[in-house]
Design a protein around this ligand. Structure first.
Ligand code: FES
Ligand SMILES: [Fe+2]
Length: 440
C-alpha cells in the first residue's frame, strides 16, 4: 500500500501535476485516423485533462488546438471547417492549424488584433492509424523504432476503447502476468482455428496446447522484471510437467504503454492514455509479422463491442458487464463473456475511478507494478531536478536503435528458456517476408 499523497502523485495527470509532467515529455495517442474519415474531419479530444479539438484542414494537414475559443470561450468543436482552418460560429474568428487567429470578421477592417491572438496548439503526427500529439515543452522527441511504427500500414491495425477509471490502474493490469490464469480463464477450450484477432486463444507457441489450457493448468508464474532502455521487460515462466517451460515475454514501454504477444501472428502495443483523472482510452496497434492484417474483420469484431463516436464499451458498469451467473459456473471465470477486454475493463473499473491504494496489499506477482511505480517516481524526481535527459528514451539513446520490443510466447527447455524466446522471436522475424522485422 502507498500513502494518499503518493497515490495522487502517481495518478493525476492534468497540467502541472507530477505524473502529468512526465506524460507531457512523450508523444501521446490523441485519436484514431479513422475518426477523421467522415465528411467533416473535426473531433473533440480530451487528453491529460486538456480540452482540445482536432481537425484536418484543406491542405490535408492536422491541427490540434484549444477547444474553447480565445474570444469568449465558445466550443470550437462546432466550428465551421472552411478557408483552410476552423472558424468559430459565435463571431467568426478564424484559426489555422497552428492555432493562430488569422481573421476577425466583426472587428474594424484595419484591425490587426488577430495577430496577437494565438490559441493553444500542439504538434501532431500520424503513425499507422493513430494520431499522436505532443503536449510538452521544447521540441518533441523522435519516435522509437518499434515494430508498430516500422511495419507498413498494411500490417498494422489500430483501435481504441474508453475505460471509466484512472490510467494507472488500466496500465497496471497490463504489467500483471498472473491475472491471465484467472480473469481470462475459459473453462472449456475453443478451437484455436477460430482465434483470429483474439488474445489468448491461439495454441501455445508451436505446440497443440491451447493457450487457455496452459494458463488454466499453470496458475503460478515465476515473474522476472528487467529494466530496459524503453521501460521494462517482464518474463513470466510457467514450468510444465515435461521439463519444458512456457515463456511469455511482455513489456512496459515508458510511460504508459505495454507491448504483448497476441497470437503467433500478431503483437499488440497498447497505450493507456489519460482522458482526465477518472477515465482513459486504451489505444492498441496490432502488428502482424505474417499476412497483412484483416482490418475489416478486426474492426467489425471490435465495433460489435463498442459504441461510436466515443468508442465506449457496450458492456459496462451500467449493465453489470453482461454478468451471467450460469456462464460463470460453466464457461468462463468472470461470467462476462468471451471478450477479454470486458474482463480487463471490469477488473480496472470496479476498484473505483481512482483506486484508493492506501488499502491495497501487493503480492509476489505484483513485482512489475512495484518496479514501475519506482520508475515513475524516479522520472518525476528527475523532471523536478531539471534532469529530463535522465528519462527513459530521452536519455540520448538513438531512437532508431530502440527496436522490438520482443513480445513473445514460446516453450523451451527449462534450463534454456532465455535462449528459447530469443530464438523463437528471431525465427518469427526472419520469416516475415512482407517487411523487414529483423532487430539484430
Ligand atoms: S467566442 Fe468565438 S468568435 Fe466569439
Ligand atoms: Fe488482461
Amino acid at each position: 500500500m502507498i500513502s494518499q499523497k503518493l497515490n495522487d502523485t502517481l495518478t493525476l495527470t492534468g497540467p502541472g501535476t507530477d505524473a502529468g509532467e512526465v506524460m507531457r515529455r512523450y508523444w501521446q495517442p490523441a485519436a484514431l485516423v479513422d475518426e477523421l474519415a467522415g465528411r467533416r474531419p473535426v473531433v473533440p479530444v480530451k487528453l491529460l485533462g486538456e480540452d482540445l479539438v482536432l481537425f484536418r484542414d484543406s491542405d490535408n494537414k492536422l491541427g490540434l488546438i484549444g477547444r474553447a475559443c480565445p474570444h469568449r470561450g465558445a466550443d470550437l468543436c462546432f466550428g465551421r471547417l472552411e478557408d483552410n482552418g476552423l472558424r468559430c460560429p459565435f463571431h467568426g474568428w478564424h484559426f489555422n492549424r497552428n492555432g493562430q487567429c488569422v481573421e476577425q470578421p466583426g472587428e474594424p477592417e484595419q484591425s490587426r488584433m488577430h495577430e496577437k491572438i494565438k490559441n493553444v496548439s500542439y504538434p501532431v503526427v500520424e503513425k499507422n492509424g493513430v494520431i499522436f500529439a505532443y503536449l510538452g515543452p521544447d521540441e518533441p522527441p523522435e519516435f522509437p523504432n518499434f515494430d508498430c511504427f516500422r511495419a507498413p500500414a498494411t500490417h498494422v491495425f489500430a483501435f481504441k476503447g474508453l475505460w471509466s477509471c484512472n490510467w494507472l490502474q488500466a496500465m497496471e493490469v497490463g504489467i500483471d502476468p498472473a491475472h491471465a490464469s484467472f480473469l481470462h480463464r475459459f473453462l472449456e477450450d475453443e478451437d484455436p482455428d477460430d482465434s483470429y484477432g483474439k488474445q489468448f486463444r491461439d495454441k501455445a507457441a508451436d505446440t497443440n496446447i491451447p493457450m487457455t489450457k496452459l494458463l488454466r493448468d499453470y496458475p503460478r508464474p515465476e515473474i522476472t522484471v528487467e529494466e530496459t532502455e524503453y521501460g521494462m521487460r517482464l518474463i513470466a515462466l510457467r514450468h510444465l510437467e515435461n521439463g519444458k517451460t512456457h515463456v511469455r515475454v511482455t513489456n512496459q514501454i515508458f510511460p504508459e504503454a505495454i507491448s504483448i504477444p497476441m497470437s503467433r501472428e500478431m503483437i499488440i502495443t497498447q497505450w493507456h492514455v489519460p482522458v482526465d483523472d477518472h477515465s482513459c482510452y486504451w489505444y492498441s496497434m496490432f502488428t502482424s509479422f505474417d499476412k497483412p492484417v484483416d482490418k475489416k474483420r478486426m474492426r467489425e469484431q471490435r465495433l460489435k463491442e463498442h459504441r461510436l463516436p466515443d468508442y465506449a464499451p457496450i458492456k459496462n458498469k451500467s449493465n453489470n458487464y453482461g454478468f451471467d451467473a450460469e456462464e460463470q459456473n460453466s464457461a468462463t471465470y468472470t461470467g462476462m463473456g468471451l471478450d477479454i477486454n470486458v474482463h480487463d475493463q471490469w477488473a480496472v473499473e470496479s476498484p473505483g475511478p481512482i483506486f484508493d491504494r492506501t488499502k491495497e496489499h501487493l503480492g509476489t506477482t505484483d513485482v512489475a507494478i512495484i518496479q514501475y511505480r519506482k520508475m515513475l517516481r524516479a522520472a518525476i524526481a528527475n523532471i523536478k531536478d531539471g534532469k529530463t535527459t535522465a528519462l527513459p528514451m530521452l536519455n540520448g539513446v538513438d531512437p532508431a536503435k530502440i527496436v522490438g520490443p520482443i513480445s513473445n510466447d514460446t516453450i523451451g527447455d527449462r534450463e534454456h528458456w532465455r535462449e528459447a524466446f530469443s530464438i523463437s522471436d528471431a525465427e518469427r522475424r526472419r520469416a516475415c517476408s512482407d517487411w523487414d522485422a529483423n532487430i539484430s
